[in-house]
Design a protein around this ligand. Structure first.
Ligand code: ATP
Ligand code: MG
Length: 725
């Protein structure tokens, strides 16, 4: 069979060994996912297995979709009938069918995190507990952790260790909250995300006929990214596979990056115990990346103590060394990355989709996005909204907009009751109607709330108007940054975000800080004469309205490292390689945490097929301040033989101190000499943030002079060599 020839002998063994338990634990890019894909094709094509009897569990729905397409290419349309998806989506489907067994309606609601937190909040309130101690996010993560280990509320309440834990944390009534939370959700016909897995376990445990039905249906089960499954997921698979034992799991312990969500590497070790006649396949040849990249990745993961030793190698070309890019600021980092992509794309005839930019946290996307827009490069943000589309950013922007222009109706609707100030939809409606009916400005109605509204709402709107007036006065006196920072605080927006301690909450808070950073950079930039809030808003409006290529089919991928798992690109940029950013400040408490960060770095580097870039900035705006950054410790862990220091990283923008000293590693390939050197100057590179210099508009080119530094909307930064008329 032709397709089997597209596999190496080890891969082929894994594909042809269709019956009985199989485990493939292998390094990145060694063809694990390819083996799963071919295995499914082989089951259908060669073994005549009914596609309906094959279940594959992938990490994202997108991965499932892509896999299905490949199988379709191999065996045709039949492939569509296989069961394929994430754990959550697959078992939500099954729960819908079997819901009556658990007493749920078949159209049960799935609560998202916001819904869950809001329910917890009301439970805590009902119990007359303090929600500063029983914070919804904290309670939810405690409940979630329990569910992922299959601890229901009854078990939770009877567990002396959990009880001791909660008492030590001054939250003795956690078990009770858990109980009420579950009962309330049940009454509302709702499940949260963790329930989807938890309840599937309950379903299979308590209803053997149902379990039996699905055991018969799924004769073949496959799990990709097995290293990131939690106990709840593992037990579901194990139960389903119990009848036929045709289970094949693939994964890489070196890429386990979701421990914070309850993923457990232990599952890999348990698997060997649970299936004594396990057929284990090792894949060591990497097909994805150049030798440089494979060697670099090996040298990184080598530093981890907790790992199964593997010897990943490749017969691919040596390829280009990894490029280390030092930049003076986050903005310059964005700019150099964007220019490099622009040049590489042209020189090597690549598509946008051959490039990915990866970062540790979503808030880093702002500087990157701005730089890409300036060069008119299409990009898509995966697993996150584009920076200025994010709710928290829109919320703050709405405050700023409404302060500057209190006729802005959309901004008004966004902020009038956020953070909550007891102004209901009816009151908002009444205000808008009044403005229309009396043909007066919205702001006039708001200022004179007492004439249009009654009771509490009237008072609240009046207070809101007073607050906005105060903002307006501040805005007149202060520069954009001072005004915006004050508005973020006084409006209660920052406080609201700060009180949410979940990872997403923290991200939102950081994003708002990042917007403030952008405003600060704008103000600090000498090229911007008008430093008012209004001028800044106009810049941003132009930026977002910038002609962006709407067709994202050929776009640069921009995303967190976490969401890049399993993917591959010709060229990959890992940006923000700085201490406290990557490894993240929050992940340096223990060796385990640091090792998880290192695995994340391993995942990032192994996404690249042909070329990898690692960049860092020596200064970065964070929390509204310009901070000096140290290069990430991870940079020193990469085999220096695989690294080249990028010399073109613009020394022209560097403060004098740097220019004299030279870039670190400019001594040659030895690489890291001096990398830990503290920056000598705090001077950031100041650039106009958003729109290209007006100097470069065609009408204006006659002002140009030789040697002048210019910025072109498409071609980026450069110097005028000579002028020909
Ligand atoms: P990751 O750990 O990142 O998920 P993986 O082990 O799942 O990686 P794949 O994505 O399956 O690896 O394969 C990596 C790349 O190598 C893909 O482009 C795949 O098509 C290619 N590849 C794998 N095996 C072979 C082979 N035998 N011949 C040619 N190309 C191969
Ligand atoms: Mg894979």
């Amino acid at each position: 069979m032709e397709y089997l020839d597209q596999l190496n002998p080890e891969q082929r063994k894994a594909v042809e060994h269709t019956d009985g338990p199989v485990m493939i634990i292998a390094g990145a890019g060694s063809g694990k996912t390819r083996v799963l894909t071919y295995r499914i094709a082989h089951l259908i094509y060669a073994k005549g297995v009914d596609p309906f009897q094959i279940l594959s569990l992938t990490f994202t729905n997108k991965a499932a979709f892509e896999m299905k397409q490949r199988i379709e290419n191999l065996v045709g349309l039949e492939a569509r009938n296989t069961w394929m998806g994430t754990f959550h989506s697959t078992f939500a489907k099954i729960l819908r069918v079997e819901s009556d067994r658990l007493g749920y309606p078949s159209n049960f609601t799935i609560y998202d995190t916001q819904d869950s937190k809001s329910l917890i909040k009301s439970v805590v309130k009902e119990m007359k507990l303090d929600d500063k101690i029983y914070k919804p996010a904290t309670v939810l993560s405690r409940i979630s952790g329990a569910k992922n280990r299959l601890i229901g509320w009854q078990k939770y309440q009877n567990d002396p260790y959990l009880k001791a834990d909660d008492e030590a944390a001054m939250r003795p009534r956690m078990g009770e909250i858990y109980e009420r939370y579950q009962k309330r959700m049940f009454k509302a016909g709702a499940m949260d995300f963790d329930d989807l897995l938890f309840n599937t376990n309950v379903l299979f445990r308590d209803h053997l006929d149902v379990l039996n039905k699905y055991q018969q249906r799924f004769r073949y089960i496959m799990v990709d990214e097995f290293q990131d499954t939690n106990l709840s997921q593992y037990l579901i698979t194990k139960k389903l596979a119990a009848a036929h034992q045709n289970i094949c799991v693939v994964g890489d312990d070196a890429q386990s990056i979701y421990a914070f969500r309850g993923a457990d590497i232990q599952n890999i070790l348990n698997f060997e115990k649970d299936y004594p006649d396990l057929f284990v396949v090792k894949l060591e040849q990497n097909y994805r990346s150049t030798k440089m990249i494979v060697d670099a990745a090996n040298s990184i993961i080598d530093k981890n103590k907790a790992q199964l030793k593997k010897n990943v190698w490749t017969s691919n070309m040596d390829g280009e060394p990894i490029e280390l890019i030092k930049t003076t600021s986050d903005n310059e980092e964005g700019r150099i990355v964007a220019t490099t992509i622009f040049e590489e794309r042209n020189n090597k005839k690549l598509n946008n989709s051959d490039f990915a930019i990866l970062y540790r946290t979503n808030s880093q996307s702002r500087a990157i996005e701005e730089a890409l827009r300036k060069l008119n490069l299409s990009y898509k943000i995966v697993g996150g909204l584009s920076f200025y589309q994010r709710k928290e950013i829109k919320d703050l922007m709405a405050y700023l907009r409404f302060t500057v222009n209190p006729m802005d109706e959309e901004a008004f609707k966004r902020i009038i009751n956020y953070p909550k100030r007891g102004i209901g939809d009816t009151s908002v409606e009444r205000i808008l109607v009044a403005a229309y009916e009396h043909d007066i400005e919205l702001w006039e109605v708001v200022k004179n709330a007492m004439s249009f509204l009654k009771g509490r709402a009237a008072n609240s709107v009046a207070d809101f108007a007073t607050m906005i007036k105060a903002f307006q006065i501040e805005t007149e006196r202060k520069d954009a940054y001072e005004a915006a920072e004050s508005i973020a605080k006084q409006s209660g927006l920052l406080r609201e975000l700060y009180s949410d301690k979940t990872i997403e909450g923290l991200n939102r808070y950081e994003n708002v800080q990042e917007l403030l950073n952008a405003i600060k950079e704008y103000v600090d930039n000498e090229e911007n004469e008008d430093k008012s809030l209004g001028a800044f808003l106009q810049e941003i409006a132009l930026l977002t309205d910038n002609d962006q290529d709407k067709d994202t089919s050929d776009a640069i991928t921009v995303m967190t490292i976490h969401s890049s798992k399993g993917l591959e690109f010709k060229q990959v940029f890992v940006v923000g390689m700085e201490e406290d950013l990557f490894p993240s400040q929050m992940m340096m408490q223990s060796r385990e945490d640091l090792e998880e960060e290192r695995r994340l770095f391993y995942v990032a580097t192994t996404r690249a097929k042909e070329k990898l870039y690692l960049s860092y900035a020596v200064t970065r705006y964070r929390f509204g301040r310009l901070l000096n950054c140290e290069p990430s410790r991870f940079l020193e862990e990469v085999d220096p033989r695989c690294i080249k220091v990028n010399k073109k990283a613009s020394s022209r923008d560097m403060p004098g101190a740097f220019r004299k000293e030279g870039l670190p590693g400019s001594e040659g390939r030895s690489g890291f000499v001096g990398i830990k050197r503290k920056p000598q100057s705090r001077m950031p590179t100041q650039k106009k943030i958003h729109t290209p210099s007006p100097d470069f508009k065609p009408s204006n080119t006659n002002n140009l002079q030789a040697e002048q530094l210019v910025e072109h909307p498409k071609f980026g930064f450069g110097k005028v060599r000579k002028i020909e008329v």
